[in-house]
Design a protein around this ligand. Structure first.
Ligand code: AMP
Ligand code: GLY
Length: 425
């Protein structure tokens, strides 16, 4: 079959890399893709936000199946439009993607279906929000309702920070319409973990756990990023805990979304806080694979990725099982100096082949472009140096051995990816 993957990050490179290995994949396209993706798929120059262009291309190019990577086209309704055009697509409808696109929707679902999450209240009015903050005290968390490129969550240590956060979101409208409503919620303590499940509207199939590293610098210092590294599995997610997360969080969500008339289809990415008492609580949902988590996941996946995604889109999850290598995959993200702030594009990257010669290593591209034979940095997060090994210590050794072979003076990475897992090992 002919497949189109939508997106241009490391997540989409990993998805293309995995799908290209399927015996069932004839032609593989990626829109818009990047220099690394071009090695495994035909890149098509249509941006992920150009919904009309993507649907037209899928019709003209006889695409049988579209896999949507990022959240923005999901929230904008790409899957709805493809399905109306008779094309099978992986990902939730616009309504169901609201589980990521609207924190109010997600929190109301939790309240109605008894899904454990931080205590909260939603507001569309600034004074009422501040009143609530005064009554609850600090620390407290203020969240813009809509998509805010990962910046809409403000952790407030004291009341002044919380009032300033409300002004920032609601009065100064720093995130535009995403700040029409805010969620104010309890500050949760514990260890964060990610959990992924495939959902086809009715059946939920657990995939794997992972842990991300959001702050830019070693020791979890510096500003938050899209994620500077990850590994799967996350040792904190024991089989017992995974079973509880499925029963207490994922399954009631799937049933609730169906009951609300917006059945969820696609990958459900739960951001969890495992409290000091060992109880899991839902921090947030994402309606897509995590990035960089997906890159580590695809390296660990033993089953046919195309079959797995297609079974999900076609409502056949009850007929399949998914197998994983009994190993750890760890990814170190290399980013352009300056990221997540301002950075320069176009610096040259060398040594990629030597890096991939390290046993168990695959280098996914997150933001690159080719200029003749040269590979140039073309974004904030640029490379995902990903390694598979028997345990987390060896996966980390391999990933950093590969990083050290990359010649890119204008790039940086964290040197402590995996510290939580290593502490437990
Ligand atoms: P989100 O964009 O919702 O994933 O939030 C970004 C980050 O903020 C999360 O990964 C957590 O580290 C932190 N966070 C979000 N909500 C809470 C909360 N209620 N308590 C403590 N930390 C939180
Ligand atoms: N790495 C976290 C995310 O994809 O949202």
């Amino acid at each position: 079959m002919n497949v189109l993957v939508v997106g241009s990050g490391g997540r989409e490179h990993a998805l293309c890399w995995a799908i290209a290995r399927s015996a069932n994949c004839d032609r593989l396209y990626c829109a818009p893709g990047n220099a690394g993706i071009a090695r495994v798929a035909e890149c098509v120059d249509i941006q992920a936000g150009n919904l009309t262009g993507l649907v037209e291309f899928a019709k003209r190019g006889r695409i049988d199946f579209v896999v949507v990577g990022p959240e923005a086209p999901l929230v904008a309704g790409l899957v709805d439009r493809l399905e109306r055009a008779g094309i099978t697509a992986f990902g939730p409808s616009a309504a169901a993607a609201g589980i990521e696109g609207s924190k109010t929707l997600m929190k109301d679902l939790c309240a109605k279906y008894d899904i454990p999450t931080a205590a909260f209240e939603s507001f569309d009015e600034c004074d009422a929000a501040k009143e609530y903050i005064r009554a609850r005290g600090a620390p407290i968390v203020v969240k813009a309702d809509g998509l805010a490129a990962g910046k809409g969550v403000i952790l407030c240590r004291n009341l002044n920070e919380a009032f300033a956060a409300i002004d920032h979101i609601m009065t100064e409208r720093s995130f535009g319409g995403a700040g029409d409503n805010v969620v104010v919620e309890e500050f949760l303590h514990g260890e964060e973990a990610s959990f992924f499940a495939l959902v086809d509207g009715t059946t939920a199939l657990p995939l794997v756990s992972a842990q991300d590293h959001k702050p830019a610098f070693d020791g979890d210092e510096g500003p938050n990023t899209g994620g500077m590294g990850a590994y799967t599995p996350a040792p904190v997610m024991t089989p017992d805990l995974q079973e509880r997360v499925m029963r207490e969080i994922i399954q009631p969500t799937v049933a609730g979304m169906a009951a609300e008339g917006m059945p969820y289809k696609g990958v459900l990415f739960a951001g969890l806080m495992i409290g000091p008492d060992g109880d899991p609580k839902l921090l947030e949902y994402n309606a897509r694979f995590g990035d960089p988590e997906c890159q580590a996941m695809m390296l660990r996946l033993k089953s046919d990725a195309l079959e797995m995604l297609l079974a999900c889109a076609e409502g056949r999850l009850d007929e399949i099982s998914v197998e994983w290598h009994d190993a750890t995959a760890l990814i170190v993200v290399m980013a352009t100096n300056g990221y997540p702030g301002a950075y320069r594009k176009g610096s040259e990257i060398g040594g990629l082949e030597r890096a991939e010669a390290v046993d168990g290593v695959t280098v996914f591209h997150a933001g690159t472009r080719a200029d003749g034979d040269l590979i140039l940095a073309d974004g904030g997060r640029v490379l995902g140096v990903t390694a598979l090994a028997d345990d987390v210590a060896e996966a980390r050794n391999r990933a950093y051995a590969a990083v050290d072979r990359i010649d890119w003076p204008n790039g940086f990475c964290r040197r402590d990816i995996g510290w939580r897992a290593l502490r437990r090992a």
